[in-house]
Design a protein around this ligand. Sequence first.
Ligand code: G4P
Length: 523
Amino acid sequence: MNKIPDRRTFAIISHPDAGKTTLTEKLLLFGGAIHLAGEVKARGAARRARSDWMKIEQQRGISVTSSVMTFEREGITFNLLDTPGHEDFSEDTYRTLTAVDSAVMVIDVAKGIESQTRKLFEVCRLRSVPIITFVNKVDREGRENFETLDEIADLLALDVTPMTWPVGLGGQFEGVYDLVGNRLLLPEGPSREFQGKVIQTSGLDDPQLDEILSAQGVAKLREDAELAMAGYAPFDAEAYRNGDLTPVYFGSALKQFGVDALIGALAEHAPPPRPQPAEPAPVAPTNDEVTGFIFKVQANMDPNHRDRIAFMRLCSGTFKRGMKLTPTGHGKPVAIHSPILFFAQDRELAEEAFPGDIIGIPNHGTLRVGDTMSEKAQVRFTGLPNFAPEILRRVALKDPTKTKQLRKALDDMAEEGVTQVFYPEIGANIVIGVVGQLQLDVLISRLEAEYKVAAGLEMAPFETARWVSAADPKALKAFTDINRSAMAKDRDGNPVFMAKSAWEVGYVAERYPDVTFAATRER
Ligand code: G4P
C-alpha cells in the first residue's frame, strides 16, 4: 500500500521559552502517543526502564530522547523532529530542517517574532518549507492580535491567514473562535483548560455567542474577526505549500487551546514527502529504490563507548530491516540490522519504514552527516548545507603532545555538526567555526570529558569564512596565492577564505569577480 500520502514529517521552530516543549507534549497527548502530559520532560529512571530500547540507551549511554517523535492519528503518521533549543544551537539545528517537509512556528503572543525564530525561518525559506504559525499563550496578556499578524507579514514577507481568533487575552480570555468551522472552544474547570467543550455556531452573528460570552468579549470578537477576514488573504493551500502564506492559529499550549486544530491543519494541509533534490536527478518518494540521507549524528554521551546513532530520513522506497545500504562516495554497504523507530515513549526496532520516516542507525562512526544512503549508491542528495560560521576561534592546546587526539576530536565533532574545523595554510593552529556562542562551551567541555584533551580558545584574527571556488583554476590560484595568510582548508580539503568581517568579504568579492564566495557549502 502506498503510505506516502499519510506521512507528515515536520519540526517546530521557535525561540526558547515560546512554548515548544509544552506544545510538543500536547501534540503527543492529543495524538494519543502519551497519556500524561509532562512525559516529554520526565527523564527519570523509572521512565527509562519502561522499554528495552531505553535500556540499551542507558547501557550505551546514548541519549536520543526526543530527537524524533512519531505519533499516529486517524491514519496519518506524524514524525516530529526536534530542533534543539538554545543550549545545543548549532548547524545540527539547521540541518534538521533539511529533513522535514513542513514546520510549525511557535510565537509567544507577548513577544512576537524573536531572533532565533527568525534565523530558523530563514532556513525554512531557503528550502521553501511551508509554515503553519501557532501564536501561543493567549491565556496571558499579549499584544493586539493585529500587531502580531502584521509583524509576521512584514518581518517574514509572508501572507497571513488567521484561522482561529482568541476571545480576549490574559485576564479577559474567554475562549477561542474557529473562523473556519465557526466553532467556539470554551475553557472549563478551575484551571480554565480546554477539555473538549465546543459550541457549534452558525457564524459570528449567532445569538448563542451573546449568551455565552461577555458583552464586551463578543463585541470585540465580531469586530476584530470581521476586520481580520476582510483584511488578510483568504487561506490558499497552494500558496501555503509554496511557502508564501502561513495560516495562523491562536492558542494556548498550556491550556490546550488550538492544539487539536493544529494537528488537523497538519493532517489536512501540510505536504506529504516531496521529491528531494539530488544528483543526477531529484528522487521522487515513489521511486522503488530505497534511498535516504543522514541529517544528524548523535554521539555517545558515555566517554567509554564510541557508538553513535545516525539519523536517516528515508526519501524513497520501502525500507526493510536487515537491508544493505551504501553511503554514496565512501564506504562499503552497511547491513542495517537494528534500525530504530522513535515513538514518544518507546524506541522500537523498525521492521519497515516509508518515505518521510526517520530511522536511527547505530554505528561506530562510519556514517557522516550529509551521507546519502541507497541500495545502488548511484544518487547523491544535495542541499545539506554547511553554513558560514559566525564565530571563529583558534584552538590552543595546553599539552602539545596531544595534537593527534585534538585533530581526531575536532574531526569527530565536525562530523556531528557541533563545529566546523579549518586548517590554515600557514601556521599550525587549528581554527574552529561555530554559528552560535554556546557551541564553544560544549566543544571545550567535550574535548576534556570525552577526549581528555585540555584546550583553550583564543580570538582568531577572523570573524567569518567563505568557501571559494572558480570556474578557471588559474583565477582561484591567483586569489589564494595573494591571500595565503587568510586561506585554510576545511575537513574535506576545500579551500576556505577567512575574513575579518562580512564587509571584507564583500570588498574582496568585488575585486575578484571570477571567484565565487559561498556562505554555504553543499555536500
Ligand atoms: P520552550 O520549550 O519553547 O523553551 O518553552 P516551554 O514549553 O518550556 O515553555 C516555557 C514556559 O512557558 C513554561 O513556563 C511553560 O509552562 C510556559 N507556557 C508554555 N505554553 C504556555 C501557554 O500557552 N500559556 C502560558 N500561560 N504559559 C505557557 P515555566 O514557568 O518556565 O516552566 P514550567 O515550570 O511551567 O515548566
